[in-house]
Design a protein around this ligand. Sequence first.
Ligand code: ATP
Ligand code: MG
Length: 390
Amino acid sequence: MSAHATPVILPGATLGVLGGGQLGRMFAHAAQAMGYFTAVLDPDATSPAGRISHQHIRSGYSDAQGLAELARVCAAVTTEFENVPAASLNQLAQTLPVAPAGSAVAIAQDRAAEKAHFVRCGVPVAPHAVIETPEQLAAVPADLLPGILKTARMGYDGKGQVRVKTLEELAQAWDDLGRVACVLEKMLPLAHECSVIVARGRNGQIVHLPVQRNLHRDGILAVTEVYEGNLPLAQAQQALAAAKSVAEGLQYVGVLCVEFFVLQDGSLVVNEIAPRPHNSGHYSQNGCDVSQFELQVRCMTGLPLVQPRLHSASIMLNLLGDLWFAHGDTAQTPAWDQVLALPGCHLHLYGKAQAQRGRKMGHLNITATTAEAARATALQAAAIVGIEAF
Ligand code: ATP
Ligand code: MG
């Protein structure tokens, strides 16, 4: 269905989301707060979003019957994770508005296609080589080493990645990854990482959240800091301009996160995109007057986009399952009562039954009037729950 011809979908309608993880849950919360009904499609009976949605269609993401049921009950559909088959989005789009489009999600699903898109947009990328055949492996230039071999598809949180120093290690790593399509990226000297969330409407209007400064640990996002001066102004402006051109180049409708590396010489390199709200945008729930999830609702329904305003210095701390095992192998709930005694501390938990090491269980948003105050409180909260200082 052509997005332009579609009338605005007002509260009272049902909005659907493919995927029942925490991003779907927070999308559903935002939609429900605005008076929409929600439907989640996810095979897992205990999925975080399925548990809180008005409707939960338990089916696979390619299941024709499940998709038909979703299309029947919803006025529009979005997605919360990028590995939902683009064909499913395309099928839904035949009868109702779908944002983002399958074509954009398909590019985000594939690191090689993604990098080609960045190059088309004139945005700098890490030196890299696509490896799909033994011939391409043999032709890898030595100056890409040391590097990181990443599977082109299905990677997340640093999974499907191997660091390699020599051509022998590279060949071994490609074997270990099952000789699937991969991208070898040169290992870059990072000063830090940042990301930008943009929301683009059906009419091409773009709004954005402020540039986020991110700290990763073991390939997983640990801390996001957002306040004036979190990054040099020129870097922030460059990241924002690059994110907008990536979204425009895709004719994107929806919320898009663009992740960047800032190198030690101050230059910026785009890493990857996520065609949905992103972990690094969670602070917007408490630090901005419009959250990334409300932006998702506004994009998919054709509601107006207004430029979000950061009203508080904000820090987001990810709560990984490891925190439940700080005192041994039996899961123990962290001292939320102590954390919540701190001013400006907002707890978000995803309703996952079992804590597991490396699993994202929730996050803490800390807001304050100044960056210094936010940092001081965030460090106190981190010490209480057992997150290493940053
Ligand atoms: P996520 O799902 O969290 O976005 P991912 O599995 O898609 O992660 P990447 O974003 O590619 O993985 O990489 C994870 C982290 O590994 C990066 O945030 C960065 O800290 C580090 N990293 C990745 N590629 C490089 C590189 N070329 N040079 C230096 N560090 C890198
Ligand atoms: Mg990443």
